[in-house]
Each structure stands twice: as structure tokens, then as C-alpha cells.
Design a protein around this ligand. Structure first.
Ligand SMILES: [Zn+2]
Length: 150
């Protein structure tokens, strides 16, 4: 499985989100043969909807799947609690994480549940998110549910 190529799909979504002025987190759900089932991005700003994270958007766009154990969720940034809960709820087998530098997420909590977590530590993902947090810290802290004291 070429995880870097799969990350490119998620990164395109993140990049589009950035250009739209949104939180640049993108994701895509793949089947076990590497075919895209759904792709999406955080649209908190674009849609005024805090429930649309990259992961949840890709998950919803993929429609009904009978089994998630053999599916691969690729996301540009380590998943938050909300998305980690989604991964555990539906027993998604593999999660590919573009980066966990700007947000560490809860990867151990996923691993404890038997999720195969693959970290790519991707420089483009790190740089895009770093730029966004620098430009729009208030939106970022709103998105992760933390008060911005700045
Ligand atoms: Zn999330």
C-alpha cells in the first residue's frame, strides 16, 4: 500500500480548505485495495458547521460500508477526540496520519483499541498547518475546543 500517494488525496483537500479560508485538515477513506471511497475536509468556516471535520466529511461521503476493519482512513493531521471516537466506534482498521507535530491527537488511545496507526511525519502537512495556526490562531483554538487566551 502506498500511503504517501494516499496522503496526497487528503493533502489536496487540506490545501483546498486552506485556500477557502478554512481549517486545512483533509482526509480520505480508502478500501483495502487503495481505492478512494470518500474524501473531504474540515468545513467549520466554509459551512459554519463545527461537526464537519476532515475525517467525518470523508466518512460521510463514503456512504454506508458494511465493515470498516479493512478500511484505511488517511488524514493530514492526528485525529481529535471526536474523530478518534468515530474511528473506534466503527472499528476502522488502519489510520494514516500525515503529521502529529502541530496537534498530537490521541494516537495511543487508537493503538490501545487495536487500530493500526501509521505516522508519516509529512513536511507539507506540517508546514500547511503551521501556517494556518500562525495566521488564524483563534479559528484553530475554536476548532479544537480550547479557549484562545491570546
Ligand atoms: Zn476531528
Amino acid at each position: 500500500m502506498n500511503y504517501s500517494n494516499m496522503l496526497t488525496v487528503a493533502f489536496e483537500e487540506a490545501r483546498t480548505g486552506f485556500d477557502e479560508g478554512g481549517v486545512p485538515v483533509g482526509a480520505a477513506l480508502f478500501d483495502c485495495e487503495g481505492r478512494v471511497l470518500g474524501r473531504g475536509r474540515n468545513r467549520r468556516v466554509q459551512d459554519g458547521d463545527p461537526s464537519v471535520h476532515g475525517e467525518t466529511d470523508a466518512f460521510r461521503k463514503a456512504g454506508r460500508q458494511t465493515n470498516y476493519r479493512d478500511k484505511i482512513l488517511v488524514t493530514t493531521l492526528a485525529p481529535c477526540w471526536y474523530c478518534s471516537g468515530l474511528i473506534r466506534q466503527f472499528n476502522i482498521g488502519t489510520v494514516v496520519v500525515g503529521e502529529s507535530v502541530n496537534f498530537s491527537g490521541h494516537l495511543d488511545w487508537l493503538r490501545e483499541a487495536g487500530v493500526n496507526v501509521i505516522e508519516l511525519n509529512d513536511a507539507d502537512c506540517i508546514e500547511l498547518m503551521r501556517r494556518f495556526i500562525e495566521q488564524s490562531p483563534h479559528i484553530w483554538f475554536e476548532d479544537i475546543g480550547e479557549c484562545d487566551n491570546a
